[in-house]
Ligand binder design. Structure first.
Ligand code: PRP
Length: 210
């Protein structure tokens, strides 16, 4: 998929785990484990340009030049399916704040409908990772990024697992400054707004609600 702001992971572990995730035979427990592991691998790549400040420490043998993270990072899962991507990334960056945003897709129009947002008035983070395994029409991602920009966050990254070309086009057009970190770009969207071949409904497969 073209676009200088679209990063599709080339990591063999990502390809291996994504294949297991797609497989209809993968049951809910395993599905959740894979979402968590894939989120960590992609989150690691997405956080490669976090800013550091110098932070020297004393070792048992003397002084060592070192670093610590400079920016406050927000993890922003889009409910519901993004929830499974939080824990693994949060473990790697325990100081991150988690801000949930609820959007569901209207089944008829496929437009995102906002139903949960408890962001405080003033922004409390400098960088946000929007987490959602599926980028279909792109409506949910654009809406979430709109909310974060209106909140006052200027550095935003989207971390997803599978995207449709149609959705990538929509998000990169609306928010050309937001990099997309993905495990795969699939073939197309079907008439119901599902990614083909995709993996089905990522929310239902995580939470056993199919
Ligand atoms: C799915 C998916 C994304 C969204 C993607 O959520 O998890 O959030 O659709 O579609 P879009 O790119 O066309 O906006 P869904 O509405 O099924 O809600 P759920 O996560 O609660 O199952």
């Amino acid at each position: 998929m073209a676009g200088h702001n679209v990063f599709v992971s080339a990591h063999p572990l990502v390809k291996h785990k994504l294949t297991l995730l797609r497989d209809t035979r993968t049951e809910h427990k395993k599905f959740r484990e894979l979402i968590r592991e894939l989120a960590m691998l992609l989150g690691y790549e997405a956080m490669a340009d976090l800013q550091l400040m110098q932070h020297d420490v004393i070792t048992p043998l003397g002084s060592a030049a070192g670093y610590k993270l400079q920016e406050e990072v927000g993890l922003v899962p889009i409910l519901r399916a993004g929830l499974g991507m939080v824990d693994g990334i949060h473990e790697m960056i325990p100081g991150a704040q988690v801000w949930h945003l609820g959007f569901y897709r209207d089944e008829r129009t496929l437009r995102p409908v906002a139903y949960y947002n408890k962001l405080p008035v003033e922004p409390t983070v400098q960088v946000c990772l929007v987490l959602d395994p599926m980028l279909a029409t792109g409506g949910s991602a654009v809406a979430a990024i709109d909310v974060l920009k209106a909140w006052g966050v200027s550095r935003i990254k989207f971390v997803g697992l599978i995207a449709a070309p149609e959705g990538i086009e929509v998000v990169t057009r609306a928010h050309p400054d937001v990099p997309l970190h993905l495990a795969a770009v699939d073939d197309h969207l079907n008439e119901h707004g599902f990614i083909v071949p995709g993996l089905g409904d990522a929310g239902d497969r995580q939470f056993g609600t199919a």
